[in-house]
Design a binder for this molecule. Structure first.
Ligand SMILES: C[S@@+](CC[C@H](N)C(=O)[O-])C[C@H]1O[C@@H](n2cnc3c(N)ncnc32)[C@H](O)[C@@H]1O
Length: 264
């Protein structure tokens, strides 16, 4: 089998399974299995693939055909300048969440930032990577997610203080960042199988209007706490109404995505 053969077999299989980007997915899975850059699949398409690698590719394609996300199959995901290890214990970090990191980039040196619902540690670790002068801590309601965040902090060599718990832990913070669950209960069944079959439901769904976790966070935060909250575009007005001096920022797609304000 050659690289071209592997692509020619994988792409139609992934397409038939309903994957949205079958060529890209096949290239990522095959290139990683061969430990080569994706471009090599095109510059050296006749490169022979030996048996052990062919078996790894077949197994990866089988998992992707079952709609497992590429990030879980590869076990990692890029986020801003860092790479995070991810598995089914944590949500796969999304590109729109990078906006939450940007909100904190202009803070004065030495500011204290806390990331609530850190999952893989994406937001807190990307921030520490870009602003090592900040004092960054993070927490999550899930011990399983914290294990992944701890592993990522150690692997990246970043000094992230992690704790288990709901909402904002006791302490003094200049800014609290949170990408908490915000999917409505009635939306769940209609989401892509990549999400409903593989990602942790409790990391995504939060009550009838999707705002239970955000409301609880705002209510539990000491008055005056500065908060930056990620939400769905249709939730922006409701989130603004929970905060004082609120303003909403748009993500790269032009959707209202992060609201910044103070706890009343
Ligand atoms: C949408 S995921 C976001 C993960 C990560 N911040 C990211 O952006 O990739 C939400 C995370 O919040 C955690 N979580 C849910 N409710 C919470 C709460 N009330 N307090 C703290 N963490 C919570 C979940 O366990 C999950 O890891």
């Amino acid at each position: 089998m050659t690289a071209r053969d592997a692509l020619d077999a994988a792409i139609p299989a992934l397409s038939a399974a309903g994957c949205e980007t079958p060529r890209l997915d096949a290239e990522l899975l095959i290139a990683d299995a061969l430990s080569v850059d994706r471009a090599v699949l095109h510059t050296a398409p006749d490169q022979a693939i030996e048996g052990a690698h062919a078996r790894v590719i077949a197994e990866r394609v089988r998992r992707r055909v079952a709609r497992e996300p590429v990030a879980y199959i590869l076990g990692r995901r890029g986020f801003r300048r860092i790479e995070l290890l991810v598995d089914s214990r944590v949500l796969i970090p999304r590109p729109e969440t990078e906006l939450l990191v940007e909100v904190a980039l202009d803070l004065p040196p030495g500011s204290r930032v806390h990331d609530v619902g850190t999952g893989s540690g994406a937001v807190a670790l990307a921030l520490l990577d870009e602003r090592p002068d900040l004092v960054v801590s993070a927490s999550d309601a899930s011990e399983a997610a914290l294990e992944v965040a701890r592993m990522n902090a150690a692997r990246l060599g970043l000094p992230l203080e992690l704790s288990l718990g709901l909402g904002v832990p006791p302490g003094e913070y200049d800014l609290v960042l949170a990408n908490l669950p915000y999917v409505r209960e009635d939306e769940w069944a209609g989401l892509a199988p990549e999400i409903t079959k593989y990602e942790p439901r409790e990391a995504l769904v939060s009550g009838a209007d999707g705002l239970d976790a955000i409301r609880a966070l705002v209510c539990g935060a000491p008055p005056g706490t500065r908060l930056a909250l990620e939400h769905a575009p249709g939730q922006a007005a409701e989130v603004r109404s929970l905060l004082r001096d609120a303003r909403t920022l748009e993500d790269l797609a032009g959707h209202e995505r992060v609201t910044v304000g103070s706890a009343p």
